[in-house]
Design a protein around this ligand. Structure first.
Ligand SMILES: NC(=O)c1ccc[n+]([C@@H]2O[C@H](COP(=O)([O-])OP(=O)(O)OC[C@H]3O[C@@H](n4cnc5c(N)ncnc54)[C@H](O)[C@@H]3O)[C@@H](O)[C@H]2O)c1
Length: 268
């Protein structure tokens, strides 16, 4: 077998991944299941413990290895316990996907103008989406450094990119947090790079997950699709491949980058 063949067939064999917000029904669960299918041992982390268990059970039933952890990523002690559990069970941490987030008021219509968003809500969105991602990176860093490398993938949004000002409007807390994730990615990439750790981000567009399906009407989803160069709706499997690329050795010489995955969203 050539080196390239073995990289493809054993993509994540022997690797341990932590995926936050991986409770069943969302994008995180899709990342966790795909990593497990590629041979990774996966820590399925979520503040909703039962949903984390459900994803872990699906992985185990499919012949993979998974550990469910109930954790609030804004709690530093809880995050450290999550990483300790990963290291205790699987011996290390090679991959972190910072996927957990809250999307307050992002999805509901009518949306809320920034002058009506309560302070506590604005702060909570930053605390989960930005501070939580930083805490998870902070907790895995010593282990990745000791191992001589690692892959961190942060999850931003296309709301934080581009020139369109229609979509980010009335989603101030969420849009701000996802721009913060890009800043975090760039800062961590510079500091972690000398230790062989890559830090990149993905910026998906609106994607059909359970949460999105509960809040966004089908006709609005179709309107989004018609605003894209690729005129069809996005599903988790449309996002998974790019995230796995950033978790794999195929992306070993790129860091600090943001990959937009939105079918070429143009604007209204
Ligand atoms: N679905 C989309 O349209 C879309 C588009 C762009 C970006 N994203 C991003 O992708 C990620 C996943 O989105 P999704 O649609 O699957 O949403 P989701 O709501 O299904 O998933 C988010 C998960 O994070 C968990 N979570 C929330 N707060 C947490 C906390 N404090 N600690 C631990 N876990 C916590 C939730 O329980 C949930 O399982 C998010 O970062 C989101 O911002 C989603």
């Amino acid at each position: 077998m050539t080196a390239l063949q073995s990289r493809v067939t054993e993509r994540f064999a022997g690797r341990t991944a932590i995926v936050t917000g991986a409770g069943v029904g969302g994008l995180g669960a899709a990342y966790a299941e795909a990593l497990a299918a590629g041979g990774a041992r996966v820590v399925v982390a979520d503040v909703r413990g039962a949903e984390a268990e459900a994803t872990a059970e699906r992985i185990t039933a499919a012949g993979g290895e998974a550990l469910a952890v109930e954790v609030d990523i804004t709690d530093e002690g809880g995050v450290e316990s999550m990483v300790d559990a990963a290291v205790g069970r699987f011996g290390g941490v090679d991959i972190l996907i910072n996927n957990a987030a809250v999307m307050f008021r992002f999805l509901d219509e009518p949306r809320t103008p920034f002058w009506e968003v309560p302070l506590a809500e604005f702060e909570l969105v930053q605390r989960v989406n930005v501070t939580g991602s930083w805490l998870c990176a902070k907790a895995v860093f010593p282990h990745m450094k000791r191992q001589g490398g690692g892959k961190i993938v942060n999850v931003s949004s296309n709301m934080a990119l581009g020139t369109d000002l229609v979509w980010p409007a009335q989603m101030a807390a969420y849009t701000t947090s996802k721009a913060g994730v890009i800043g975090l990615t760039r800062a961590l990439a510079g500091e972690a790079g000398p230790h062989g750790i890559t830090v990149n981000a993905v910026a998906p567009g609106v994607t059909n997950t359970e949460t999105v399906g509960e809040h966004i009407a089908a006709d609005r989803m179709e309107a989004v699709a018609q605003s894209q160069a690729l005129r069809r709706q996005a599903w988790p499997e449309d996002i998974v491949g790019t995230v796995l690329f950033l978790c794999s050795s195929d992306s070993d010489f790129m860091t600090g980058q943001v990959l937009r995955i939105d079918g070429g969203f143009i604007t209204h």
